[in-house]
Design a binder for this molecule. Structure first.
Ligand code: G3I
Length: 324
């Protein structure tokens, strides 16, 4: 009964989980599972801007540093999440922009300083950064989301952010990250066009993240292999960065089977893609998952139950890694 990280190593694949730092501190069982099963970790919250800089100019590094230390002790890579996102921004920033006390020019300086400070702080310790998270809108004609960054730094803010991050740690791999991009659809195509355009402009972009928050109500992303392959052909790394599979409770055998198939589809897509470097789940136990708090009536979205017992989804991942 080999841990996922041992099985994944045979493929040169990093297998990761989002880490809830409150759980890591309080729950020894959780801690030992993170160490045993995974070769990569992503901070679920503590590397986001509101956590790192709750008051202007006052950085709170401790929880993020603790995760980086934990990872080093356990031979794990760290996936940095995330430098620029329109959610979980500190109130001083959003309020200052809203009331005009932070001008567009000042916002540009603040963003540049934030990226530089954070990336330098972790220089050499973070394998890859999600530099910009969830830049696109949803629907049939996705465009760059109308965030404070897009509004005040202009549409080239993504290229700027990538350049600033690269200057601060030239060896970190720089990723974009987005959801609902797992199969071939208008959003993943917009995502692909952006990647192509950035590479053409010689912007330091090294990889594309596909979150993989699946929902059994929606069709399985069966064309995920073809989707990843088109990014791979650009010479970019790819990764599933936040996989979970939610459904309406209660659990039954059909939903369980559907969940196994969903996890396996994404893992197989990664294994079929030469430069797919990481498969990360957004929490590995139902004891700590964002899903029930966000989707009324849904849950059971991770590979282990509340008592850290492997579910069929966990066995499925093991089997795919063992035979592939
Ligand atoms: O830390 C505060 C705590 O001080 C406060 O008392 C409590 C009361 O609500 O909130 C705590 O913050 C919560 C935080 O998680 C830490 O637990 C926030 O309310 C809550 O909104 C936040 O949710 C996170 C969510 O991002 C916010 O956007 C989830 O844990 C996290 O799993 C989720 O992760 C995102 C990825 O970053 C990007 N992709 C989608 C993914 C799922 O939404």
């Amino acid at each position: 009964d080999l841990p996922l990280r041992t099985l994944a190593r045979e493929h040169g694949l990093g297998i990761g989980t989002a880490v809830d730092m409150t759980a890591l501190d309080a729950d020894p069982e959780y801690r030992s599972r993170v160490a045993r099963e995974f070769s990569a970790v992503t901070a679920e919250n503590v590397m986001k801007w509101e956590s790192l800089e709750p008051a202007r100019g006052e950085y709170n590094w401790a929880p993020a540093d603790e995760l980086v230390d934990f990872a080093r002790r356990n031979g794990q890579k760290v996936h940095g999440h995330t430098l620029l996102w329109h959610n979980q921004l500190p109130a001083w920033l959003t309020q200052g922009v809203a009331d005009g006390s932070i001008s567009p020019a000042e916002l540009r300086t603040i963003v540049r300083n934030h990226i530089t400070t954070v990336v330098k702080h972790f220089r050499g310790k973070i394998r890859a950064w999600d530099v910009v998270n969830e830049a696109f809108t949803d629907g049939d004609s996705p465009v760059l989301r109308d965030t404070i960054f897009r509004q005040h730094l202009g549409p080239n803010y993504i290229a700027d952010a990538l350049r600033w991050a690269h200057a601060a740690d030239p060896s970190a791999k720089l990723f974009l990250n987005d959801y609902a991009t797992d199969n071939i659809n208008p959003k993943s195509t917009a995502y692909y066009e952006l990647a192509k355009q950035l590479l053409k402009q010689r912007v330091p972009l090294h990889g594309m993240g596909f979150q993989g928050h699946l929902d059994l109500q929606y069709p399985l992303p069966i064309d995920a292999p073809e989707n990843l392959r088109r990014f791979d052909r650009l010479g970019l790394q790819t990764a599933f960065t936040e996989v979970d599979v939610r459904f309406f409770l209660p659990v039954d055998t059909y939903k369980t089977a559907g969940q196994v198939g969903s996890f396996n589809t994404l893992l197989q897509a990664c294994l079929l893609t030469p430069r797919c470097v990481m498969f990360t789940v957004w929490g590995f136990s139902d004891k700590y998952s964002w899903v029930p708090g966000w989707f009324d009536g849904q849950g059971s979205a991770t590979p282990m139950d509340e008592n850290f017992q492997p579910k069929p989804a966990y066995r499925g991942l093991q089997q795919v890694l063992a035979v592939a």
